[in-house]
Design a protein around this ligand. Sequence first.
Ligand code: FMN
Length: 538
Amino acid sequence: MGEAHAYATAIMNRGRTPMEPVDFVPNWADGPRKSKLYRGTDTTPLPDGDYPAHASLQRALDPADTPPDAADPFDLDALGGMLRDSYGVTGRRLGVQANTDLPALPHYRMATWSRGSAAGGGLYPVSVYWVSGASGPLTPGVHHYATSRHSLQRLLTGDVSGRVREALGERAPGPETDQYLVLGVKYWQNAFKYNSFTFHVVSMDVGALLATWRLWARARGMEIEPALWFDEHRLTDLLGVGAEEEGVFAVVPLRWRRDAHRPSAPTATGGTVAVTASDSERSRTVHRFEDVTTMQRVTAGRAADRPAPQDLTAALPLPPDAAGPRVALPEPAPLTADVRSALRSRRSSFGRFDAQQPMTAAELAATLRAAHLGAELGGDTATEPGGPGLTGLYVFVNHVTGIAPGAYRYDPYDPEGPALRGVVDRAGGPFLQRNYFLANYNLEQAGAVLVPVARTHAVLDAVGDRGYRLTNALIGATAQATYTAGSALGLGCGVALGFDNISYAEELGLDARGESALLIMMVGRERPRPADFRYDLA
Ligand SMILES: Cc1cc2nc3c(=O)[nH]c(=O)nc-3n(C[C@H](O)[C@H](O)[C@H](O)COP(=O)(O)O)c2cc1C
């Protein structure tokens, strides 16, 4: 069995057979910084940009059929706005919730800052670089997005956009451009806490960030088409990062507004110039974990391996079992909130669910629709147009008006309209709580628990080991879409990896279908007026 297959199996079984190093205990006092620190670099503050009120989540999920080359271009305002609303710090979390680190809440040094994107463990390990060529508004170069200061730090001066274009190779998605966002993951920023589990988590975090960008942009007629396949070593070389310390997970080519004063010049290709500035590591001891290093090595990208949409067909989930009783869903509740506002009020529910007032079926229909439509990222992750994507969706209904408690498969393609197909005909509360590892949620109190699945092993067979990053990116994307929909609907939401995957496979009969339950996504009402203190920064 290949190493990515073996890692996928070990991750699914980890609730029963712990992964090495079993005795690992995080050294909290010697943890890394919450984001990279490049000392002595030139810094450019970023604008927050405006965001149109009509750019609703509804539009983001179902954008007008604009040809990609007619999408509105980015400028510095839009780039600043998108970064602020995704990974930029927007405030301080001071609400009382059920996490075990609650006592840290009043201490400034241990403060938790809010961001539009969710991230496993709140660790936000993605480093965002902007490689900007001559058509951009700043001196061309490689810039790092400093999340806490909402500013750009210039790491390299000179137009190296041609190097990114070379790394992307032929058939790369997105527009012809000299402006690229490059997403790296510094493993230690997550591994100091999650060790071998890190690769699984961060590959979802990347998807959550890309989904935030895609929702944010598409709602207002812009486009985000990420590439997950490129010659990764060329980009780690350019960024001056060690390939074992940092993986490059995605490149997003940006259509850029042409400025009459700055004509785009052909850029140099080839060359060996690289970033020499380096991140100042806070931890005195940095550990490497064999599973993470192995997964980085075997999933490292090559442009020549980029799959075509039809290559993914063999890995699509099977259609729902038509033998299950059909439950019709009503018209979904509208998601009229603009994406920026929905992201600003997005947060994890962390124990605040309260089922005294059930969810409505229209709210459930809207959440399922958002989770389904949001489980895609375009670019070179796309399956055949008009057909299904790589993930499927189950839902445990706990407290939804008019729908009997039980587990269902969501069928968005039912010819009579989106519907549920019964899978388990009993209330799921005890099962859900018994199989949740942490103590920060009462899952039974959530209105519903959505469970995205994918045929991870079939994806790996179809496109090779980098398919692991693809599958998990799509799961991260559906998580972010669900969170954003919850926020737009005024519902609580929380997603979690801390559950026993094998029990879910048994309960839902997933093994026979080759599916794995990859995340749980809770939605529902919260206790009215939970204690909070407002501390907005943006
Ligand atoms: C891939 C992923 C996995 C997560 N796993 C868990 C989990 O197991 N348990 C949990 O309580 N929250 C989990 N979360 C939620 C994060 O802890 C949360 O997004 C982060 O702490 C930031 O808090 P916020 O969502 O309130 O902004 C996960 C989020 C993501 C994106």
